[in-house]
Design a protein around this ligand. Sequence first.
Ligand code: SF4
Ligand code: SF4
Length: 187
Amino acid sequence: MTDKNKKPMRKDYQAIFTKAYALMDEAIIAGNCGECCGYHCCRRRDDDEKRLGMYLLPLEYEYIQAAVATDYELHSQKHYKMPPKIKKMYYIYCHLESGCLRDHRPIQCRTYPFEPHLENGVFSLVIEKEQIHDCPLITRRSEWRPAFIDGIYNGWLELLKIPIIKYHIEYFSKERSAAGNIMINYP
Ligand code: SF4
Ligand code: SF4
């Protein structure tokens, strides 16, 4: 790609991602939650030795991960299912036995077990019924730090200012509602 074809970076998007990463940097409970489950959501490989990773949000690679992510695939709509207005998604592979370089972990890792939900213009955080990780903390919600909950909520409010992320959230919220896949809705 020539410089002429490169889209200019938007400073406000960069600032939004930087702020969201900072807000969403609070531990879910006091101490290291990975120790109570063997880092189930941060494994490099599953039980069948398949490599595991994480999808980035639209524009997350371009605005904040490009400088740090080295092991990733670019998935296109031609071969993978994704919302119609999104043409490509970055999938980064997890590293290190007990988690990645935590300072740089993507938004989808910071928000778990919450997912952002936007329905009829109302934003909330939800916990889905379908869980691939069986996170032991889902039944221990009284231990969740208020700073974690507030940080995740406010971080998503920042990210919602980016139209393609708002579209992404709305798309998956509709799917989630249609499938009845909501266990808990905050607040
Ligand atoms: S599955 Fe839950 S307890 Fe385990 S590392 Fe992930 S968030 Fe922490
Ligand atoms: S925090 Fe790191 S190791 Fe864990 S799922 Fe996310 S990218 Fe993978």
